[in-house]
Design a protein around this ligand. Structure first.
Ligand code: ADP
Ligand code: MG
Length: 338
């Protein structure tokens, strides 16, 4: 689409050769990092042409990251490129789908080549790891915002939906909860004592693609934890018409998060902290042995944290003391401020 030409000065004030939209796409995004057999036509025409294998459903999901909302304007572009794809892959993981193709909509205040090279490096690093081909996109000028749409496959009828949980199913989570929120909290406080491992949980989440795939046929429902466990498990419960009791002592947390919970005396990091991109899923009791056997090949853990019940609502049990009461609604873009 026609629009004003790109500026000739980078954010750092460096003068550079004018980089047009098409040259920008060619230089940074039309790269054969991954070439899939099921792509008849990739970047360069009005549409990409893609082949969905017979017997599979196409799983499609889109996520936008906006400067000042989802990331600080000074974020490292390599981290941003990685993360915008990671959050999309996490949605495929939560459906038990295998990733295939991505499209990228970029809105940039200017054509800063250093920024673009770094952004593309982060994006393609993860794309290569998961065999995802970038097949198209859109490039526009405006306030910084990045959108990826991801496409994947799942054998017809086998996707993990939010609505399949039943009373008596065990609630599980992969990995650990709360570290990304702890990293964000420390970063916002400009604390310099945040360990690299904690920062990595925020900047480099690992989409649980293999794990999600393995859950097909075992889990009755699944979701990825992007807005916090309470909010995201809440979606499964609502879609399934159930409630649940969660045992707080069983929440998987790294040492730093557990220490913070002990200091604060509140559980909002593991319950309300977003951006962990772990999987939360439900498993009938008679499939638990199979789950644990299957999970042995993965390097993240999985832990039973509670049970689905007919009574609606989310309840928290803490030791012998009984119920711990909290409201952890998770992050909502259009919710009224308290
Ligand atoms: P049109 O004007 O027909 O929408 P564009 O000029 O926007 O086409 O894009 C030209 C080609 O480059 C298309 O194949 C489009 O999918 C691709 N493209 C544009 N921006 C990007 C991007 N940021 N990443 C990957 N492909 C892109
Ligand atoms: Mg276009």
């Amino acid at each position: 689409m026609r629009a004003t030409p790109w500026p000739r000065v980078t954010k750092s004030g460096r003068l550079q050769v004018a980089l047009g939209e098409f040259e920008l796409i060619r230089r940074y995004f039309a790269r054969p990092v991954v070439s899939r057999q099921d792509v008849s036509l990739g970047i360069g025409d009005d549409c990409a042409l893609l082949l969905v294998p017979a017997g599979y459903e196409l799983a499609a999901s889109i996520d936008t990251l906006v400067a000042g909302v989802h990331f600080a304007p000074g974020v490292r572009p390599r981290d941003l490129g990685y993360k915008v794809l990671a959050v999309n892959l996490s949605d495929l993981a939560a459906m038990g789908a295998e990733p295939a193709w991505a499209t990228l909509a970029l809105t940039l205040p200017g054509a800063d080549e250093e920024w673009l090279a770094e952004f593309a490096a982060g994006l393609f690093q993860l794309a290569e790891r998961h065999g995802v081909q970038l097949v198209g996109g859109d490039t526009t000028r405006g306030p910084l915002s990045v959108t990826v749409q991801i496409h994947g496959f799942v054998p017809a009828g086998q996707a993990l939906r939010r609505s399949g949980a039943r009373a008596g199913d065990r609630v599980y989570v992969s990995g650990e909860l709360g570290a990304a929120a702890l990293a964000l909290r420390r970063r916002q406080a400009a604390a310099d004592d945040c360990a690299a491992a904690i920062i990595a949980r925020l900047d480099r989440p690992q989409p649980r693609i293999l794990e999600g795939r393995a859950l097909r046929g075992i889990a009755t429902a699944a979701i990825d934890v992007s807005d916090g466990l309470a909010a995201d498990l809440g979606h499964i419960l609502e879609a399934s018409g159930l409630g649940a009791t969660i045992h707080l002592e069983d929440l998987p947390m790294c040492q730093a998060v557990a220490a913070q919970v002990a200091t604060d005396g509140d559980w909002s990091l593991p319950l309300g902290g977003g951006e962990d991109y772990e999987l939360c899923f439900t498993v009938p009791p008679d499939r638990e042995a199979e789950l644990l056997e299957t999970w042995r090949r993965f390097d993240c853990g999985c832990r039973c944290i509670g049970i689905c019940e007919d009574m609606p609502g989310l309840r928290y049990a803490l030791g012998a003391d009984g119920l711990y009461v909290t409201a952890e609604p998770g992050y909502q873009h259009f919710a009224d401020p308290a």
